[in-house]
Design a binder for this molecule. Structure first.
Ligand code: DX5
Ligand code: ZN
Length: 231
């Protein structure tokens, strides 16, 4: 099972939440061929967030379709109930929300015991203080730049200041966790997202709203990343 999360920084982890679900396998293959570093899978239970998306069968099916890391984002209450099932389904990384995890240190340990990378997500209004103690134990921090539950929302610019502060904390402490940004990332703001300190960029609806194919659109994001780095 893949237990690394790509090798080049910043990485692209496209979200398939707004994809045509009738063509999901094809689209994931296309994103892999276009150079995605991982596939971001948004699991929603209709309780932690006001939307229901998909669950274990989709993760299991997509595991058969791609060798890319599956970056599973659990927007569910009591996520510890499903860690083994998502690991079994083929998750490479499981990210739980700090707002949904009463015993976060135990949950992160459980994810690692399953041989899976552990991530913690925090909503726009959740302060960094809520995750500061868990930072040395996680592999990924998912900084939500929208209120979770739906694709196609606008990035909340103030959260990039939070990301900058988190970047400084992680770098000064010499921690290994990757910083991922999720929500409202477009070609128009990806440079600001990278400059604020993202190692991983999640982008979803932007890939499925243009006249280009998702693979072509992802290539445009890759080009924009290179430009941001060389700029
Ligand atoms: C929102 C999800 C995001 C979303 C990203 O709750 O966590 O991953 O699908 O999609 P865009 O890029 O459309 O905001
Ligand atoms: Zn997500």
């Amino acid at each position: 099972m893949t237990t690394t999360f790509g090798h080049r920084r910043p990485m692209l982890s496209p979200s398939i939440l707004n994809a045509d679900f009738a063509r999901l396998g094809e689209i994931v293959r296309e994103l892999e061929e276009a150079g995605a570093d991982a596939i971001h899978l948004d699991v929603m239970d209709g309780r932690f967030v006001p939307n229901i998306s998909f669950g274990l069968p989709v993760v299991t099916a997509l595991r058969q379709v791609t060798t890319l890391p599956l970056d599973v984002h659990l927007m569910i209450v009591e996520p510890e109930r499903y860690l083994a099932a998502f690991a079994e389904a083929g998750a490479t990384a499981i990210t739980v929300h700090v707002e949904a995890s009463i015993h976060l240190h135990r949950t992160v340990h459980m994810i690692h015991e399953l041989g899976v990378l552990a991530g913690v997500a925090l909503n726009p209004a959740t302060p960094l203080a809520a995750i500061e103690e868990i930072l040395p134990f996680v592999d990924l921090v998912l900084v939500m730049t929208v209120d979770p539950g739906f694709g196609g929302q606008s990035l909340i610019p103030a959260v990039l200041r939070k990301l900058e502060r988190l970047r400084r904390i992680v770098d000064e402490a010499g921690l290994h966790c990757l910083l991922s940004v999720d929500g409202g990332v477009k070609l128009s703001n990806i440079e600001a997202v990278v400059r604020a300190g993202a190692d991983v960029v999640v982008t979803g609806s932007a890939l499925f709203q243009s006249d280009q194919t998702p693979g072509q659109e992802l290539q445009r994001f890759r080009d924009a990343l290179q430009q941001a780095l060389s700029g």
